[in-house]
Write a protein that binds this ligand. Sequence first.
Ligand code: ATP
Length: 207
Amino acid sequence: MSNQGVVLFGGTFNPIHIGHLVVARAAAEHLGAGRVVLIPSANPPHKSGEELADPADRLEMARAATAGEPGFEVDDIELRRDGPSYTVLTVRAFRERLGDEVPLFWLIGADTLGELSTWYRTAELVSLCRIVTAVRPGYDRPDTTALRRVLSAEHVRRLEEDIIPTPRIDISATVIRRRVREGRSIRFLVPDAVADCIAARGLYRRV
Ligand code: ATP
């Protein structure tokens, strides 16, 4: 397979950590894709109270985490857009930029696949790109029953084929924020440049 494929990986990245980066790299290698684009999501209105750092800070940390890493880039498309932040709009924009021939993947965690049926324009999304579900060792294979109500059997089959194994790295952004709040080290959990950025900007200290 050529390596011209592009893996899009969206998240709050609050903050970005080694788990995100390892899973993105593993998925790109598995899929034979040469590019990974990290896409920080806009601040959802209902999450504003939950120590969610500003978009500019989350963007800066994602950029710092990947600076100089071949094949990795960060795109602020969802931060520049007004209105609801639907994945299908982002994927449409990449499809327009890249054309129809480039293999395009949207990477999600196993916990998200079951929720896909509630997303905006799921059928269009699934036809614009391949939704790739990363499953870590020790986690159950996701249940696709709910998807059968909104997608064709062919679409569900394709989603199931794109469930891929990725390494298990038990790091979560929640734990990192807690450690910062408690004044504990986050070295080895995030790239050094991200730890520096959190310290310099005084992020996640609020109790
Ligand atoms: P929080 O702890 O704040 O809920 P999160 O890392 O789960 O943070 P996001 O930044 O939105 O939240 O995560 C983006 C994606 O990365 C999600 O699909 C999530 O399942 C996946 N992810 C998060 N941590 C890991 C990890 N350690 N290994 C593999 N995938 C991960």
